[in-house]
Design a protein. Structure first.
Length: 69
């Protein structure tokens, strides 16, 4: 979550950002191995969160169908 600046003087915000980063980075790094960032001029667009969300929705839909029978 590099778009949110780190503010160490807000302990609660730093704790939340650290938690979210530690939970999501292992999953996103899996997709980042295969999807390099798309260069857009001086910046880059990371597609890993979008692809991970899409895959998660597909897996959740399949799991829901299997549970329903």
């Amino acid at each position: 979550m590099s778009f949110i600046p780190r503010m160490p003087y807000y302990r609660w915000l730093d704790a939340i950002l650290t938690f979210v980063t530690q939970v999501t980075d292992p999953i996103l790094n899996l997709f980042r191995r295969f999807l390099p960032p798309v260069r857009l001029g001086p910046g880059a667009l990371d597609l890993a969160p979008m692809v991970a969300t899409f895959v998660l929705l597909i897996v959740a839909g399949i799991a829901a169908d299997l549970i329903r029978g």
